[in-house]
Design a protein around this ligand. Structure first.
Ligand code: AMP
Ligand code: MG
Length: 422
């Protein structure tokens, strides 16, 4: 038997809509960035350091290389002893890890391996390929100049040098440098703990069969992935129906475990825009009308316990773009990163674009390289429900607020969404 149709629920009467602050994208981004600063420092083992931002400058504990070292497998020599055809005694062998103090007597050579300390007396390393490879005596086929194939102590890094600076986000190369300079632990800022709260009575978890009127909850997983990529630790992702008291309770619970709460949906002008009402109920929310497309309705607030809340619109594309321009910079700041913005580049527009007057448009695009020059190909269109196209984009074309038309071939500023560091 088919389910009985649900009883009609009357829409609540529309009360006077609360006041909205009108801001440009830059004004709202600045207001959001002011909500929190870098989180406290903590000491972490190097294995957990990738993707974190340094809380203090780091100095090298050692010269790099720590001693003169061989760049080749061959023979440590006195370059002045070398003549093509000369045969010299091999006085000793020095493999990598040999901790002895070895000396090369005049007129002799010492066999040496890559990464082994160059013996005193030697001033160059003769590659094995320039010899007959002898072990007791060696024939010299070619000569080298003094200094050849020797990596000098300290030529890369000097003990005491500042090798990384506070605010640097640690990538693989930096982690390698920390290890090489003797650091087993490092002081970094804590990762921001984020709770993602999706609102909407139409939302059901992915994996659930949809009934008419229902959609899969996609903003929560989308925001969680974006937050992790930005360096955050996502401690909870949950969806709640459109009920003000339920949203208030969920916000309070989120604030108890999060440094930042990110919500989606319910910040617009509808009868059921419950995040709006929940934030205002506690008297510390601010509704904003941002001059942008997509992403016009936004809200920010502070929970009674002091935790900041960023409330993003529910349309998946609006949500995605809002995260990029407002949430991500704040998360990077909380993480302690010196540079909180994405890289921007100038690209050539592949096709014509129209943009609404008075609103800055952030248009989803794919970057292609034609003859080494970046070309931005718009994907999808302005519709903020077009999730299919969103997944194919890796850039946002930034169309200034007062520009209403751009033509194919025009140079445009593009926000590059490809991840460059951990
Ligand atoms: P709202 O901002 O709540 O008015 O929602 C705007 C549109 O986005 C509606 O079509 C919602 O169904 C949709 N939407 C809201 N939240 C989500 C979500 N978490 N996942 C997918 N779509 C959503
Ligand atoms: Mg909604």
């Amino acid at each position: 038997m088919p389910d009985a149709p649900p009883a009609r629920t009357a829409l609540p009467a529309r009360a006077d809509l609360p006041v909205r602050v009108v801001r440009t994208v830059d004004e709202h981004a600045a207001a959001v960035l002011a909500l929190a600063g870098p989180l406290p420092a903590q000491d972490v083992p190097l294995a957990l350091a990738a993707g974190r931002a340094l809380a203090a400058d780091v100095r090298s504990g050692t010269d790099l290389p720590p001693w003169d070292s061989s760049a080749m497998d061959g023979y440590a020599v006195r370059a002045g002893d070398l003549r093509p055809g000369a045969v010299l005694d091999v006085a000793d062998d020095v493999p990598a890890g040999d901790t002895r103090d070895v000396h090369v007597p005049a007129g002799t050579v010492v066999r040496i391996m890559t990464g082994a300390p160059v013996p005193t007396g030697a001033d160059a390393v003769l590659p094995v390929a320039a010899t007959d490879g002898g072990t007791d005596r060696v024939r010299v086929d070619d000569v080298v100049a003094p200094g050849a194939n020797v990596r000098r102590r300290g030529e890369d890094v000097r003990a005491g040098d500042v090798v990384l600076r506070a605010g640097d986000v640690l990538g693989a190369g930096a982690v390698g440098l920390l290890a090489a300079t003797g650091h087993a632990h490092v002081s970094v800022h804590a990762r921001p703990r984020v709770v993602v709260l999706s609102t909407g009575s139409e939302l059901v978890p992915p994996g659930t069969a949809l009934r008419h009127g229902q959609i899969h909850e996609s903003n929560g997983p989308q925001l969680a992935a974006a937050a992790v990529a930005a360096g955050a630790e996502v401690v909870d992702v949950r969806a709640v129906p459109d009920d003000v008291d339920g949203v208030r309770a969920a916000l309070a619970a989120a604030g108890a475990v999060a440094d930042l709460v990110v919500t989606t949906g319910g910040v617009s002008v509808g009868a059921y825009d419950v995040v709006r009402d929940a934030l205002l109920a506690d008297g510390r929310g601010e509704l904003v009308h941002v001059r942008m497309q997509p992403g016009k309705p936004q809200a920010v607030g502070t929970l009674p316990d002091g935790t900041p809340v960023l409330a993003l619109p529910g349309n998946p594309v609006s949500c995605f773009v809002s995260f990029e321009v407002f949430v991500r910079p704040l998360l990077r700041r909380m993480l302690g990163a010196r540079d909180v913005q994405r890289r921007r580049l100038t690209a050539t527009l592949a096709g014509d674009v129209r943009s609404p007057a008075g609103r800055r448009q952030l248009l989803r695009a794919r970057l292609e390289w034609t003859g080494g020059v970046p070309v931005a190909v718009a994907v999808g269109g302005p519709g903020s429900h077009l999730l299919g196209a969103l997944a194919r984009s890796d850039a946002l074309v930034d169309v200034p607020q007062d520009v209403t038309h751009l033509a194919a071939g025009d140079p445009v500023t593009v926000i590059d969404l490809r991840e460059h560091d951990a």
